[in-house]
Design a binder for this molecule. Structure first.
Ligand code: C2E
Ligand code: MG
Ligand code: MG
Ligand code: MG
Length: 278
């Protein structure tokens, strides 16, 4: 491959590979420290009803506040945590923190709406997943109906029959299951019909196409009507403009998540948002 170029090319390639390995292991070391020192926090992005614009749910999104590097986006560290297994303890922290936060909101008398948690494939596969879920639901004494879990298509298609069984249990526990980034994977409609999924989130890449090309607009309205025919509720994700909102409304999209209504915000700002949008 690149090595065959020989000479300086070889050396350049080799040293950049070493640099990558060093960077990765430094990141891995920092992540292990971050778990111990609890450097993670959650922000929440409201999801509003497409017509009434009332908040109907929100999504919990992790942030890493590194003392050395500042605020780090999940896009920069979640993939590595999935590779090295750290997503399991980090994911457990997310579940615990969401349950704790829901309880805190309830104790301060705010009407609580469901919170969506992103669950990675490795986490779903871990033997402790169901135990962890029920442990924190019980510990914080919250209604399981207030928890939604989000899985991506590629996650779900990984081992369909196993996930099918797991998600049925999750549903029986009272939680709601969402399919995240819908349309970006390879899942066929028959899987979508078979799996115990209640809500699909249409990926931002489809929303971006609205009013850019006519054919893509047709695609998104088809996706919405197919999802509805399969009895799924549809959330449009990454909505930034009124144009996009109006188009989604016209297609019958049920709920909207995106910067147009709110960026991800902290727990205090959530209370203010709910006061205005409930
Ligand atoms: P996701 O689950 O698809 O989450 C939606 C992402 O889109 C969030 O990015 C959100 O801030 C962003 N977003 C929402 N509306 C808009 C919009 O109108 N415009 C733009 N440009 N972006 C918008 P974020 O918070 O950076 O998270 C990125 C990804 O990291 C998430 O994608 C999810 O896959 C992963 N992630 C975040 N938190 C967790 C977590 O607790 N556990 C796991 N396993 N993954 C997580
Ligand atoms: Mg998500
Ligand atoms: Mg998404
Ligand atoms: Mg995504």
């Amino acid at each position: 491959k690149v090595k065959a170029r020989g000479g300086g090319g070889y050396r350049f390639y080799e040293s950049s590979m070493i640099a990558d390995v060093i960077k990765r292991s430094a990141l891995e070391r920092d992540l292990r420290k971050a778990i111990i020192h609890e450097e993670f926090s959650l922000v929440y992005q409201p999801i509003v009803d497409a017509n009434s614009e009332r908040a109907v749910a929100m999504e919990a999104l992790i942030r890493w506040n590194s003392p050395e590097k500042g605020l780090i986006s999940p896009i920069e560290f979640i993939p590595l945590t999935e590779e090295i297994g750290l997503i399991v303890p980090i994911g457990e922290w997310v579940i615990a923190e969401v349950c704790r936060q829901i309880k805190e909101w309830q104790l301060s008398d705010y009407k609580t709406i469901p919170v969506s948690i992103n669950v990675a494939q490795l986490q779903l596969e871990s033997k402790v997943f169901l135990t962890v879920l029920s442990k924190y639901i019980r510990h914080y004494d919250i209604e399981p109906q207030l928890l939604h879990i989000e899985l991506t298509e590629s996650n779900l298609m990984h081992s369909i029959s196993r996930n099918d069984r797991l998600l049925k249990i999750v549903r029986t526990m009272g939680l709601t299951v969402l399919l995240d980034d819908f349309g970006t994977g390879y899942s066929s409609l028959s899987y979508l019909q078979r799996l115990p999924i209640d809500i699909v989130k249409i990926d931002k890449s489809f929303i971006n196409e609205i009013n850019q090309t006519n054919s893509e607009e047709l695609l998104i309205s088809d996706i919405i009507s197919i999802a509805h025919r399969l009895n799924k509720t549809v959330i449009g994700e990454g909505v930034e403009t009124l144009e996009q909102l109006n188009y989604l409304r016209a297609c019958g999209c049920d709920a909207i998540q995106g910067f147009y209504f709110s960026k991800p915000i902290n727990a205090t700002e959530v209370v203010k948002f709910l006061e205005k949008n409930n």
